[in-house]
Ligand binder design. Structure first.
Ligand SMILES: [Zn+2]
Length: 340
């Protein structure tokens, strides 16, 4: 057979095999069998041949044409079957079935409470401050005017590490870190985890969260403290909540108070949650003790300021009506999903 005819046949069969779609197959058919296709070219050439050459060449071109036609027919059939199989598979998909739901995590109620409180104080001009969980005895006790023989320093209250440092028992050391690093005015809010050597029960944990607030400037008064705490209480618990100060003692504030929110459950009338008192104890606060200013190098004659703490678990328990704080740490999805 003519070499040229042979190579056209090979080329044609290759393109037919490669065709993945009916339109690709049609393009191959036009290229080889169309009016201006390669087979027509060969028939044009035959016109110039001698009468002796024509019969054999004609026979070979005809055979080429038949082979290409057969190849195309076979490929077409196979492509059609493939498309039918795909259609029947698609038909079996029930697009009315609901999709697969992905489980989404949620913000933990403790994290949510911290974020809520921080946002409230940010709106009042406080900036965020942070400190490490492992502290020095100086930052956690000495600089906060806590005497050597104070019971909170006891091994039964504080976790000490082998190198003499400790797990902070309060977020107050952040006050010391901030005051030692810059001059007033200082207005910070510092949330964090704190540790006490306590046996866990429904209202106590060995690890819990506090938010520390500190405001130091010229002429800061006790009334300012009451103002910000009342504003925080209203934003957290609703506009009708009241706040009350009770005299107390803390080494690092003078005067010191414990402060309560009026019970939002009973509106102050008295109920089980507030133990019929109408008030719920929140945390401690006071004016920064001048001795703390001396430790951090501030002039107590020039500056005054207040500090307060806020127990996050306590706030979350009141806000969400939870009577056992251990629930926050058991990671039971049934509990946590309620806050989604
Ligand atoms: Zn009550």
């Amino acid at each position: 057979m003519n070499n040229n005819i042979n190579s056209i046949k090979e080329e044609a069969l290759q393109e037919i095999t490669k065709a993945d779609t009916l339109s690709q197959l049609e393009a191959a058919r036009i290229k080889f069998l169309g009016k201006k296709g390669k087979v027509s070219d060969l028939l044009e050439k035959m016109k110039k041949m001698t009468p002796d050459e024509k019969p054999l060449f004609g026979k070979q071109v005809n055979s080429l044409k038949v082979s290409i036609q057969a190849g195309i027919a076979e490929a077409k059939k196979s492509l059609e079957q493939k498309s039918e199989r795909l259609c029947s598979f698609v038909d079996k998909i029930d697009i009315t079935l609901p999709g697969l739901k992905k489980k989404l995590g949620t913000v933990h109620p403790i994290t949510q409470t911290i974020e809520d409180v921080v946002a409230i104080f940010r709106d009042m001009g406080f900036s965020f401050a942070d400190g490490p969980d492992i502290e020095t005895e100086f930052n956690n006790f000495d600089a906060l005017n806590t005497p050597e023989d104070h019971p909170s320093r006891d091994l039964q209250d504080t976790f000490y590490l082998e190198n003499g440092s400790l797990l902070r028992t309060q977020t107050s050391p952040v006050q010391i870190r901030v005051m030692m690093s810059k001059k007033p005015p200082i207005q910070i809010i510092a949330p964090g985890r704190v540790y006490r050597n306590d046996t866990p029960d429904a209202t106590h944990g060995h690890t819990f969260h506090q938010i520390e607030g500190l405001y130091v400037d010229k002429k800061v008064s006790f009334a300012d403290l009451k103002g910000v705490l009342h504003s925080c209480a209203r934003q957290l618990m609703g506009k009708d909540v009241k706040i009350r100060f009770r005299p107390h003692f803390f080494p690092f504030t003078e005067p010191s108070v414990e402060y309560d929110f009026s019970c939002v459950m009973c509106g102050g009338k008295g109920c089980k949650i507030c133990k019929n008192s109408g008030w719920i104890e929140i945390s401690g606060a006071g004016m920064v003790d001048p001795r703390v200013y001396e430790k951090v190098g501030y002039d107590p004659e020039k500056y005054s300021g207040y500090a307060f703490g806020l127990g996050i678990e306590r706030i979350a328990m009141i806000k969400y009506g939870i009577d056992d704080l251990r629930l926050f740490y058991e990671n039971d999805e049934r509990f946590l999903n309620q806050f989604a």
